[in-house]
Design a protein around this ligand. Structure first.
Ligand code: NCD
Length: 323
């Protein structure tokens, strides 16, 4: 990274936190700093040599106790583009299945001199649990139905890239808000950055107290689509549902699935987002997922730059500890 790209020398501040665990607990300044830094890293990704030496003194372990394609690859690429040493660990086939506790597993990994952990786990609160017990910096890559902060940041980044701003943009989240960590992180991130937020989906999949946060619930998808500038469409999190919240996926698709006919009926054009993985034919038809309204692959591209920014800013604190 050259000095003109260094956010520290460009008059910005450092992060106010040692870890990135929840957008709910993040300051607006930290969110803005990450997004501004990501702008600079996106530029790096378009250079002939898509790599900077910023993290060459650091070792990062990616601990994925739950399935992932995009997020895992995106973090690994971000780490490699920053020249970090990287090790990967997957929960399946690990010593946890032999009865080792999570903190023992992690302490053993850290004994090998790891500076930062990127953690995905099916239990909400795992990242905070680890942050309270170990020395390494923790980045939450999705913990149960709690939060997925880098997904919300890359979504916000993509909205800003498309509209030139986040403030005042009308963002609709569609689907299983109750079980979605993407929804939780998005809601907090968008509210903190000044977007207007609405949710739609089956009433059984809405968390209580949304109204207290200033979030409107519109039960009718077509009305909600008419209101919004951008719709972020979520997957039904069947793996996190303890009960039958919807009669069937077919019926869900009928009432809450997005298709071209629905978008054609709107009085204005809207942008479509999805964090992936898409269940084609359920929440999104292919004509929408692959159509001109969709910025889904742009989100994936932006994800690498946003994760580079998060890792870079946390690494800066390892070298200049002030927290
Ligand atoms: C999401 C996740 O794992 O929380 N995907 C992702 O990180 N790109 C959303 C999902 O699984 O539906």
């Amino acid at each position: 990274m050259n000095s003109s790209m260094n956010p520290l020398t460009a008059g910005m501040t450092t992060l106010s936190t040692r870890h990135l665990i929840a957008i709910k607990d993040s300051t607006v300044q930290d969110l803005e700093l990450i997004l501004q830094t990501a702008d600079q890293f996106l530029e790096v990704l378009y250079r002939p040599v898509r790599k900077v030496p910023s993290l060459r003194d650091l070792t990062i372990a990616n601990l994925f106790f739950e399935n992932s394609t995009r997020t895992r690859l995106s973090f690994e690429l971000a780490e490699k583009r920053l020249s970090a040493d990287v090790v990967n660990f997957s929960g399946n086939g690990s010593s946890i299945s032999k009865g080792e506790t999570l903190s023992d597993t992690v302490r053993n990994i850290l004994a090998m001199k790891i500076d930062m952990l990127v953690v995905r786990h099916s239990n909400a609160g795992t990242c905070q649990f680890l942050a309270n017990r170990v020395d390494a910096r923790i980045v939450n890559a999705g913990d149960g139905a709690h939060e997925h902060p880098t997904q919300a940041l890359l979504d916000a980044f993509s909205i800003r890239q498309k509209f030139g701003r986040i403030e005042g943009v009308k963002v609709l989240l569609v689907g299983d808000i109750l079980h979605s960590r993407v929804a939780m992180s998005n809601l907090f991130c968008l509210l903190k950055l000044g977007a207007e937020v609405m949710v739609t989906g089956p009433a059984t999949l809405m968390p209580p107290h949304l109204g207290d946060l200033g979030i409107r619930f519109e039960p009718n998808l077509d009305e909600a689509l008419e209101w919004c500038d951008v719709a972020n469409v979520l997957r039904i999190q069947l793996e996190r549902q303890q009960m039958r919240y919807i009669p069937s996926l077919r019926e869900y698709s009928l009432y809450f699935g997005l298709n071209k006919a629905r978008l054609d009926r709107l009085s204005h054009s809207i942008v479509i987002m999805h964090p992936g993985p898409i269940n084609r034919g359920v929440e999104l038809q292919s004509d929408i997922a692959d159509g001109p309204h969709s910025i889904i692959l742009q989100q994936v591209e932006n994800g690498v730059a946003v994760r580079m920014a998060v890792l870079y800013l946390l690494a800066d604190q390892i070298r200049n500890p002030h927290l």
